[in-house]
Write a protein that binds this ligand. Sequence first.
Ligand code: CMP
Length: 140
Amino acid sequence: MQTLAIVKPDAIGAGKAGKILAHLEEAGFTVRAARLVKLTRPEAEAFYAVHRERPFYGSLVAFMTSGPCLPMVLEREDAVSHLRTVIGATDPAEAAEGTVRRLYAENKERNGIHASDSAENAAREIGFFFPQAELEGLWG
Ligand code: CMP
């Protein structure tokens, strides 16, 4: 099973991408695709459209377009729920000890990493960043 993670601009800017990737591999995930991208405003607005009525939406879009981020397709058994456990709660201050956000994130908005919250959203979010042909081309 696959899910989508995005190492966010705060973590890339702080030089934590390598540590986060190692953490995810040690948690049993295989990286199936990855790409360093700087989101445009329309891309970030579309990706987070589900949050458009929230008070933090404008700030979230500004943050997600502030620098490069690293979307990646991760695979392992029970990938969606396992990745959410491994990254921890949205707010790093509330995330469990040893989780990615507790270790590497700054605050509730600049929280280091995104993970899909359902199998349905994982499929949509993987498709947002990685065309099927690119995924097939990587792994033959
Ligand atoms: P993510 O898992 O990418 O999903 C939505 C994002 O919105 C979340 O991580 C945070 O970056 C951000 N977010 C969620 N809640 C808040 C909040 N209360 N204040 C600011 N940003 C938030």
